[in-house]
Design a protein around this ligand. Sequence first.
Ligand code: XLS
Ligand code: MG
Ligand code: MG
Length: 415
Amino acid sequence: MTPIASKDQQGLVSRLMQACGGAYSPETRRKYFISGPQWAASYPGHALFHAPTRQEVPFEVVIRKFGEIGIGYWTTHDTDVIPTEAIGTDRQAEIVARIKQSLAANDVRCSMVTTETFHHAVWAGSPAAEQPQIREYAKYRVENTVDIGHQLGASFAVYWPGSLGYFVQGAIEETQTLRWYAEALNAACDHDIQSAAKLGRPTLKHCLEAKPFEPQAEILLPTSDAMLAFIASGLLTHAEMVGLNPEYLHELMWGAAPRAALARALLAGKLFHFDINDGYRLKHDVDIGVGLVNPLDWLNVLVLLRSHQYNGPFNLDFKPPRTTSNFGVFEVSFPTAVDRFITLWEMAGEVISDPIMQEATEALKAGGPRVTDSKDAAAIFEANKELLTLHELIAHRLVQILIGQHRGRTFSFGA
Ligand code: XLS
Ligand code: MG
Ligand code: MG
């Protein structure tokens, strides 16, 4: 191939995107409760060992692009849009007013707000540091985010504690730190109850997000399960307002099966919000677009969520790769992430209604003939053993549905 002139490169990307096909219309995309984070769209590609490769993108552009793509909801950290020094000032009010205009002009809604309690130097010792004034400031910040959430019409507030942990052992007293962290959440919930009553709005759903490592070496609430225990610990004065925002990759990072982690959250009635992305087990938070690494696992996750009528948001908390340009973020990253999600969601529906899957799962539950001696383990096994082969058949059928073979698609030369 001859070199591609700079002026032709975007055109090539667009042409190949068209050639891929399989894209949904913006109207179809808007039918799903899919949200796009400001920070994901604006991420300039930097990391500890990485210089930025892109420009940050202002919220006006992100919201406009989301509207065009058909991403109906937008999410943000307070400081993604309001500089730390402007928090709580008239400038915050001006910025929030401009955000409202952008949302309305592009028919996009704000579904979730979250407080940055991990990046600024003030959080070096975490939002639950020993110093009283830092903790007071943390309370002020989460309360302020609740206000922003109500002003923007959001229904969810997310808390990723981020720096709630340590690098060196023995430096902090864990039980005390968790008590202090609970105080910040209690302040947010109390403030929400008062504000919502004044505004005549429902209170927000407050969602805890776990990540097992990064940025701290050791994190006090590293998994969704740890957070479930924290919610049930008695430290929260409004535990009923607090649930989870699991992130798919954060569960993989500690080696979990994300579907099993989600199942535990569902059983506890605490699956409020879900950050969707992809990546690798026991590695860093690479935040790859949903379905690019583990599509079969993702299909299974969505089967579970569809079966349990999960109707909360799917928040595209991924990072467009550094190799993608600013143009590519909106031309390729976001539309393809949304479309892979929709395809997997639709496939999950096919799995649920597939006659083979249905018959196999029903047969497993029906079991074999009852054995007269209900204490005879060997006889009970014999009576059921042929059915258990259906586990493998079900897994095969899931792969068939994933790759379209169940519709007669063949890959063989001889076919
Ligand atoms: C970081 C988290 C973060 C939260 C919101 O790893 O995923 O983006 O979702 O603070
Ligand atoms: Mg997240
Ligand atoms: Mg992540």
